[in-house]
Design a protein around this ligand. Structure first.
Ligand code: NAG
Ligand code: NAG
Ligand code: NAG
Ligand code: NAG
Ligand code: NAG
Ligand code: NAG
Length: 441
């Protein structure tokens, strides 16, 4: 306890040393109370590393006394994630701490009253974000600002004459001289999703990696995923006799999470109207896939072991339309929230959190199949690609890689869906934000 008492008697007037004190106390208490925790659980260990990094290493690479404020972030979860990343990268360019922005819990956006602002840290872990993105971007709280009287407003231009170049030179101007002296710069104008993009895809990927759901939401994801794996377990137990041989010769009937396929099905009427227009405009027929085509392509995924559970991530509007569960071939066991019995979990939450849970369920799926013209699907493919890269996968498009993704709107081999990875060398997120059929594999 010597370290502890040293901290107790030391001066405690700065936030810094308070944080240090708190951290050291927590570490010592944890070590005393749970002497074995470092040994048996890798997750605990990595949490510890995450917590320690920012507090002991105060050099964030980003100034902590200059701040950026951005307009409320709105629309769908995917739009909000992109907008948040864009706001973070703007703050990085200005070498400023981004004051934690407001997200929107609801999808309504025509009437301001219905926007339901929700703080970033109600969805994602604030401290973990800073720990993981340490040195790259930094989030701050409004209480960090010392003088709120002197805020410089920076008006984002709009319209056709507001080009990417003009936008960039405005940013550069605000990063130097007397404009940069202001403690707070507030950007006014449209929501960040609509700002010009100046950053490569890999920078976005880096920000998305730092977004970890709050513990409460992550627990709900665990419940949904274990429910999916549990129904898979029930089904495959019937075919287990055939596999007994295998399990005996390997390491016995050991616990192995049962794989599942997640399919992000976009077949609602309003999507169909939108995508038909898009197909006409882009002169293609590879955007709108109906249910029949999706089922057919998923069935033809090469090397997929059946029976397999297929989790259908669908818009709420379709939840009570049981026809999406029909027409699947033998060996493909479709489930949506209701049939899984998890709709109660979702119903507790507003739109944004429901969507965040579904997103994570798709992210963790052993196989993901989506529509390359959906931003939601595209972001999932991007994050899964990033996960593969982190695992040092060499041939991202090859057979037998972990976490493969597919686009059902584009035909691949043997009338299956096209394999899909995000090209991390692209110089902007443009393609992902608005859909594409160039999907790299
Ligand atoms: C931000 O400014 C600090 C201090 O001037 C500097 O050390 C750091 O490299 C800058 N970071 C970026 C990302 O430009
Ligand atoms: C905040 O800034 C304004 C304008 O520069 C100044 O007049 C005021 O004294 C400052 N307040 C504090 C508490 O520093
Ligand atoms: C589905 O739910 C919506 C709204 O909850 C309702 O208007 C519609 O009639 C329902 N359709 C079916 C087929 O149950
Ligand atoms: C259910 O979905 C099918 C196929 O998407 C559609 O034809 C049918 O009209 C829908 N039924 C209801 C009640 O919405
Ligand atoms: C990937 O490779 C790097 C560099 O060789 C290594 O440090 C890292 O541990 C590897 N990661 C995994 C998950 O194998
Ligand atoms: C990835 O993007 C880079 C930059 O736009 C391009 O040169 C390259 O050909 C792309 N790779 C694939 C596989 O599409």
């Amino acid at each position: 306890m010597e370290v502890l008492s040293k901290f107790l008697t030391g001066t405690m007037n700065s936030v810094t040393s308070k944080c240090m004190f708190f951290l050291v106390t927590v570490l010592i208490l944890r070590a005393l109370l749970f002497p074995s925790f470092l040994g048996f659980d890798g997750i605990e260990w990595s949490n510890l590393v995450y917590i320690r990094t920012p507090l002991l290493n105060f050099d964030f690479g980003i100034r902590q006394d200059k701040f950026l404020v951005v307009p409320q972030i709105v629309w769908g979860l995917n739009n909000q994630k992109i907008a948040f990343a864009r706001a973070s990268l703007t703050a990085r360019m200005l070498n400023r701490t981004l004051l934690m922005p407001s997200l929107s819990a609801s999808l309504f956006y025509k009437e301001i009253d219905l926007l339901q602002p929700i703080s970033f840290d109600k969805i994602f872990q604030f401290d973990k974000f800073n720990a993981l993105c340490n040195g790259f971007v930094r989030l701050g709280r409004y209480s960090d600002v010392s003088n709120r009287t002197e805020v410089l407003e920076m008006e984002k231009g709009s319209g056709r004459r507001w080009t990417v170049e003009r936008d960039l030179s405005q940013l550069k101007e605000h990063g130097k001289g007397s404009l940069d002296d202001h403690e707070v710069i507030r950007i006014v104008g449209k929501n960040p999703f609509l700002w010009h993009d100046h950053w490569p895809v890999k920078d976005y990927a880096r920000i998305f990696e730092c977004l970890d759901l709050t513990e409460e939401i992550a627990k709900e994801v665990d419940r949904v995923v274990s429910r999916i794996r549990a129904v898979g377990g029930k089904i495959t137990r019937n075919t287990e006799a055939a596999e007994m041989q295998n399990s005996i010769t390997s390491d016995g009937p050991s616990f192995k999470p049962l794989p599942y396929v997640a399919v992000h099905m976009r077949i609602e009427i309003d999507w169909m109207i939108h995508c038909k227009n898009l197909e006409r405009r882009l002169n293609t027929n590879q955007i709108c896939s109906g249910k029949k085509e999706i089922v057919e392509r998923v069935r033809n995924i090469g090397g997929l072991k059946t029976p397999v559970v297929v989790y259908l991530a669908v818009a709420d509007k379709l939840l009570n339309n049981s026809s999406i569960l029909e027409g699947w071939e033998e060996g493909f066991l479709p489930f949506e929230k209701k049939k899984l019995g998890v709709d109660g979990i979702y119903k507790k939450y507003p739109y944004l959190i429901q969507s965040a849970i579904d997103y994570e369920v798709c992210l963790r799926a052993d196989t993901f199949v989506g529509n390359s013209f959906s931003t939601f699907s595209s972001l999932i493919a991007l994050e899964r690609t990033q996960k593969m890269i982190r695992m040092n996968a060499t041939n991202l498009c090859g057979e037998n890689v972990r976490w493969p993704s597919y686009a059902y709107n584009i035909p691949g081999t043997s009338n299956g869906p096209m394999r899909w990875v995000t090209n991390m060398s692209e110089s902007s997120l443009q393609a992902i934000s608005y859909g594409t059929n160039h999907i790299s594999c």
